[in-house]
Design a binder for this molecule. Structure first.
Ligand code: FAD
Length: 548
């Protein structure tokens, strides 16, 4: 039984994609005592571990914060859902499992912005260290790491037709989006092993939980970081009904994700002074960048009625086929239950003069009116266009000093004119692919937006009326050297001692692809920097005997 006050070397807030990696790496030597705090509970829900179960977790408040945005002015005033994992593994326990790192140029750009140590060549060893790649090891891929990366188990006729159509439209085939080039279309790889999800709770935390120097507190909401002047010394958290305090002789590491990390910093007195004062919070440091620069990927989902009953709609809507799919999974770990958020997809340049792809297309072999809604009663599939490098910037701001009140989340999707152009060009590019002979045989009609939607204005109106997140919020505690950057290139909060942020919120710009792999890389690198600083004496860890 732990007492109301405890001491550790490191306190990690949030057991998500990043937090579980940190907990594993910081405890590996046995020298440091670590407390990992997680607001959610254990990852016992069976649907977490079955890849297709992803669809069951969108609206499950036991594992999901169920955030939504403020009304979005450029999306017809709609509030956009923002699911986030609230469970061990965080969003890596509820995400779509797609394993995409982003483009080499994303990280080289981070380096260009002044962040030494973050070029692609610098971060590649961390991607490789994390990975247990089913296809084996090469200069870009690793094996033996905690994160299982595997191929989708079998081809699907609609995906095959899509991949041929891509080539008919003049774009390349690509069998490895994390290989030498991202451009082209192919099947995705998933963070899964033997048909089971490999969240960071599974890959990193499970093997570390046996260690005597790791304490994991689930259902423990961190309410604020404690400071002595401008030095972080611990946290106050709520476990059940008990308010507890934990002290860190080394560092506090915030890994609450792109919404909760800036929220926690603001609740603790780090943020825009006027906002904090309006909520009655004492200002520790006036930091306008905390919660600023929110970036996210917007997707527009084009829906197709399929000519043949070969889609997931047909399986889910038939009791017999559902049972057969379940049996296939139980016996051989194959079939529809092993599929993540996308089956196949591609990265394309909407303008040939661009150096790298600016849109991603996700092919889903089911169709529904909105994310998480019931599948259509007819055979159908979706191809979703997502803009990879949005220029729109939003924010996350607390509404009160109450840690249990969700912050205001305002991505300001499509507020930058360039983003509107790219999404329109992306939809037109997708229509060009879907007009090719190979895929046309499977398209009875474009169900939405539909044949009546022709001009740029119509396409934009569809994007405004139906566009939604691909769940990649980042950059709200941005790494950099400028006045509004929150952390430096070693992820230390500017002007504050012994406090780091390590999660999706530190990305200077969102990567051109899905974000889980990059977050895991960030945490791998953060762990090395934290341990190196401890060794160099920048931080003096408490000896295990000093811990309670
Ligand atoms: C529905 C969905 C689908 C996605 N699909 C994909 C995909 O297919 N591929 C991909 O690469 N990426 C995908 N992503 C994105 C990816 O999963 C996230 O970018 C990544 O998991 C973020 O990691 P993180 O560590 O920053 O935050 P998270 O993983 O969200 O972790 C934050 C953790 O901190 C906890 N926490 C927060 N505040 C507190 C507090 N005050 N006290 C204690 N604990 C706290 C949270 O409960 C959570 O467990 C998806 C995300 C979602 C939500």
């Amino acid at each position: 039984m732990r007492g109301p006050t405890e001491s550790f070397d490191y306190i990690i807030v949030g057991a998500g994609s990043a937090g579980c990696v940190l907990a594993n790496r910081l405890t590996a030597s046995g020298r440091h005592r670590v407390l990992l705090l997680e607001a959610g509970g254990a990852d016992r829900n069976i649907w977490i571990h079955i890849p297709l179960g992803y669809g069951k977790l969108f609206a499950n408040k036991k594992v999901n914060w169920l955030y939504s945005t403020e009304p979005e002015p450029e999306l017809d005033g709609r509030r956009i859902i923002q699911p986030r994992g609230k469970v061990l593994g965080g969003s890596s326990s509820i995400n779509g499992l797609l394993y995409i790192r982003g483009q080499r140029e994303d990280f080289d750009h981070w380096r260009q912005l002044g962040n030494a140590g973050w070029s692609f060549d610098d971060v590649l060893p961390y991607f490789r260290r994390a990975e247990d790649q089913e296809r084996g090891e090469d200069s870009l891929h690793g094996v033996g790491g905690p994160l299982a990366v595997s191929n989708v188990c079998e081809p699907h006729p609609v995906c095959e037709a899509f991949l041929t159509a891509v080539e008919q439209a003049g774009f390349p085939r690509n069998d490895d989006f994390n290989g030498p080039t991202q451009e082209g279309a192919g099947y995705y790889q998933l963070t899964a092993r033997n048909g089971r999800r490999c969240s960071t709770a599974v890959g990193y935390l499970r093997p570390a939980r046996r260690r005597h120097n790791l304490v994991v507190a689930a259902n423990a909401l961190t309410r604020r970081i404690l400071f002595d002047g401008r030095r972080a010394i611990g946290v106050e958290y709520l476990e059940g009904r008990a308010t507890r305090t934990a002290y860190a002789a080394g560092e506090v590491i915030v890994a609450g994700g792109a919404f909760n990390s800036p929220q926690l910093l603001q609740l603790s007195g780090l943020g825009p002074a006027a906002l904090l004062q309006s909520c009655g919070i004492d200002v520790v440091a006036d930091m306008p960048g905390v919660g600023a620069d929110l970036q996210d990927h917007l997707q527009v989902r084009m829906q197709y009625r399929c000519t043949e009953p070969i889609t997931m709609n047909d399986v889910i809507n038939s009791r017999r086929q559902r049972l057969a799919a379940g049996l296939r999974y139980v016996l051989w770990r194959k079939g529809l239950l092993t599929i993540g958020a996308g089956y196949a997809g591609g990265f394309f340049r909407t303008d040939r003069s661009l150096a790298t792809p600016d849109v991603q297309v996700n092919l889903l072999i089911f169709s529904a009116d909105t994310v998480g809604a019931a599948l259509h009663p007819f055979p159908g599939f979706i191809a979703a266009v997502c803009q990879l490098r949005p220029e729109s910037r939003g924010h996350v701001r607390i509404k009160s000093a109450d840690p249990s009140e969700p912050p205001a989340i305002q991505p300001r999707y499509l507020s930058a004119p360039a983003d509107r152009d790219v999404i329109m060009r992306g939809m037109k590019l997708l229509r060009r692919i879907m007009g090719q002979p190979a895929i046309r045989r499977y398209i009875a009609e474009e169900h939405a937006p539909g044949a009546h939607c022709t001009g740029d204005e119509d396409l934009l109106a569809f994007a405004r009326a139906t566009g939604t997140t691909v769940f990649h919020p980042t950059s709200t505690c941005r790494m950099g050297r400028d006045a509004t950057a929150v952390v430096d290139e070693r992820l230390r909060v500017h002007g504050i001692e012994r406090l780091r942020v390590a999660d999706a919120s530190i990305m200077p710009t969102v990567v051109s692809g899905n974000t889980n792999a990059a977050v895991i890389m960030i945490a791998e690198k953060a762990a090395d920097m934290i341990l190196a600083d401890a060794t160099a004496g920048a931080v003096t860890p408490a000896s295990p005997s000093r811990a309670a």
